[in-house]
Ligand binder design. Structure first.
Ligand code: ADP
Ligand code: MG
Length: 331
């Protein structure tokens, strides 16, 4: 029997026009010419960040396309959030093994829905054949000198984290078959893994208030280490005080600690603020509609100290995820 003739598939430019050419309102020029054009407001700086998602490494081949589109932009917006920048625009470089319209339609819908939510316009990109790979570059705007940095935490500052930690890692371990959860609980943690909410409003509300910030992508301890080393400070963390979902709280203490401290893929903000600004931090959190929990403090003494709810030291061996090292490096 003859194999069925392949359905006429879209060409490169048709698929860009169909799925990746939303009308632009703020950019001076969007998709279609050799470059897009962006005008920056006087007195602002552009905040720029790229994140690439590779199949099998950053996402499972089974993920729903709309969730992949959401996450590809969300992880980039999370970087803007960590800097206190307001999203403006993004570009999308996409490699596709073949033109899969079901994938493209879902991907584009999830991507552009989150883009609209944050008023962040798709203004250009590149499309090529290859193993499925999504690379986004975001452009944000921040008043000159107001960006939140990793290098400016001060001894005595309080340390905070937004939302809860560990659920995305828990979902991954369920996918890997290492942990079993009832369906409704799995759905909840799976949302954390596949539909992270970038803390953009919180980052903006923390301008002038947070003394340093980073988003948690590689695990709390690993990302906190970037603040510690960048700022030349140490930190003390209350492990029992780390915010967690009810689902995560149902696991053994050892697993809870591992996923909270080194889970990764959380996309929450970790930040420091002067102790006298504790009320202002909570007010900023309410403005942003995101809970924020004090989890420790910044110390002059370098290194990381973990304590439990009674202030007793907690031993740990958790490190940060590193794409080029198999074993995680201890703090
Ligand atoms: P060039 O060959 O000049 O680099 P391309 O032919 O690759 O441009 O792309 C044509 C137009 O479509 C450009 O404006 C480019 O920014 C845009 N574009 C290409 N791929 C995408 C994509 N995946 N999403 C959004 N815009 C895209
Ligand atoms: Mg090109």
């Amino acid at each position: 029997m003859e194999p069925p003739a392949p359905a006429a598939s879209l060409g490169e430019f048709d698929l860009i026009a169909k799925y990746f050419t939303p009308p632009v309102r703020r950019a001076a020029l969007g998709v279609g010419d050799d470059c897009a054009l962006l005008a920056s407001a006087p007195g602002t700086q552009l905040a720029i960040s790229s994140d690439m998602l590779v199949e099998g490494r950053h996402f499972l081949s089974t993920v729903a396309p709309d969730r992949l589109g959401h996450k590809a932009l969300a992880v980039n917006l999370s970087d803007l959030a960590a800097c206190g920048a307001r999203p403006v625009a993004f570009t999308l470089a996409l490699a596709l093994p073949f033109v899969d319209e079901a994938l493209l339609a879902g991907f584009s819908a999830g991507l552009l829905a989150l883009a609209r939510e944050h008023d962040c316009e798709l203004i250009g990109g590149d499309t090529t054949r290859g193993p499925l790979n999504v690379c986004i570059t975001v452009f944000g705007e921040v008043p000159a000198g107001a960006a939140l940095l990793r290098s400016t935490a001060r001894p005595g500052d309080d340390l905070y984290v937004s939302g809860t930690l560990g659920d995305a890692r828990l979902a991954l371990e369920v996918f890997r078959g290492n942990v079993a959860l009832p369906g409704t609980e799995f759905d909840a943690v799976r949302r954390a893994m596949e539909l992270p909410a970038p803390r953009v409003a919180l980052g903006i509300a923390l301008r002038g208030l947070a003394t340093s910030a980073i988003d948690v992508s590689d695990g709390l301890l690993g990302d906190l280490a970037h603040i510690r080393r960048g700022s030349g400070v140490g930190a003390t963390l209350d492990v029992d005080g780390l915010p967690r979902s009810a689902v995560l709280g149902g696991l053994s203490v050892a697993l809870q600690r591992e996923y909270l401290l080194a889970g990764g893929d959380d996309y929450e903000l970790v930040f420091s603020a002067a102790a006298r600004d504790a009320d202002a931090v909570q007010a900023a959190a309410r403005t942003a509609g995101v809970p924020v929990t004090r989890i420790g403090r910044i110390d002059a003494e370098p290194g990381l100290r973990l304590v439990d709810g009674h202030g007793q030291p907690v031993e740990h061996r958790y490190g940060s995820f590193d794409h080029f090292r198999s074993a995680a490096a201890p703090a």
